[in-house]
Design a protein around this ligand. Sequence first.
Ligand code: NAD
Length: 369
Amino acid sequence: MPAAMSDKFQVAVLAGDGIGPEVMAEALRVLGVVTQKFSISIQYAACHVGGAAIDADGKALPEATLKACEAADAILFGSVGGPKWESLPANEQPERAALLPLRKHFSLFANLRPGVCLPELVHASPLHPKIVEGGFDVLCVRELTGGLYFGEPKYTKQEGGESFAVDTMIYWESEIRRIARVAFEAARTRGKKVTSIDKANVLQNGLLWRRIVTETAADFPDVVLNHLYVDNAAMQLVRNPKQFDVIVAENMFGDILSDELAMITGSLGMLPSASLGEATGGARRFGMYEPSGGTAPDIAGQGIANPIAQILSAAMMLRYSLGREDAAGAIEAAVRKVIASGLRTGDIWTEGTTKVGTAAMGEAIAKAI
Ligand code: NAD
């Protein structure tokens, strides 16, 4: 991956399956406008991935695609999978054979999932209107490559006539430090507050996590740090999500809390995500950017999918991999403006607002920049 010294970048575009290509087209449309406005030069390499790559090249992550990703500053990813490929052996299926190897190949250790509920869309949240009034904006930073999901030993055995299973939770200081840094760096571009999640009252891992996050905070005196036990965090998210800015958690706690956060926004088609690797220059990191949702086979090909998650994924890419906060902020402001103007795709439509399709939504956001 090239160390981007100027504002000339390379991006691998992996649209994938289902609604992937439809929503990707709108993200590229918006990128076209924003890059022109902010004098950013991006060269795109469009590649097959997922089911589309199985059909065209016989495997979900072809060599050519991986090479294009290696040559890029970032990967803009759609989503992969669908009924057509569900009967393949598990390790050949699109998600397992494309997404997971990409995360592993590029050591993408930090998963960022914003949970944004815009004031105009609070009705979609399953929480009480009094709790979400005015909306909320929380960023969940999840450690993605360590902890209980990957620790060794990991096995199931039989003893004394019954089975038992062992998983190992292990974190090294360096793993905690680097994910904490991602959270503090992100907080600097937003509300300047980090809430670190652990279970320090029970787990050795929790004690180490708390100590290392606290040490790391010393490098970020402009960011406020506090700590919460994970069980309390799960309750606080539904009691008062507005109290949070950035949440940072180890792999399993982050897995659960980021889904809880997505659910309380109520709008899956609006939620982007980023998976980041090591820094490539300053605060820039190589990353893969994709919507939180899947390929939505139930609505694919109809031109009605919400492209906003994909468009906001492009904004995250500008912020974290290309170091262009100005252009990222412009996309996010354009999305807010278009939602405020009353345009809605079917998934977020309510009485009194104007229903539009994928292309019309993308066009309106591009125009609003
Ligand atoms: P899904 O997210 O695709 O769909 C769930 C529901 O949300 C559907 O009703 C869908 O229409 C709706 N939805 C999702 N995104 C939307 C959007 N942008 N606009 C409007 N509505 C939207 O989840 P699923 O049904 O569990 O999975 C479908 C396929 O996607 C499966 O093959 C699954 O393996 C795959 N998948 C891929 C990824 C990925 O590539 N990262 C993630 C999740 C699921």
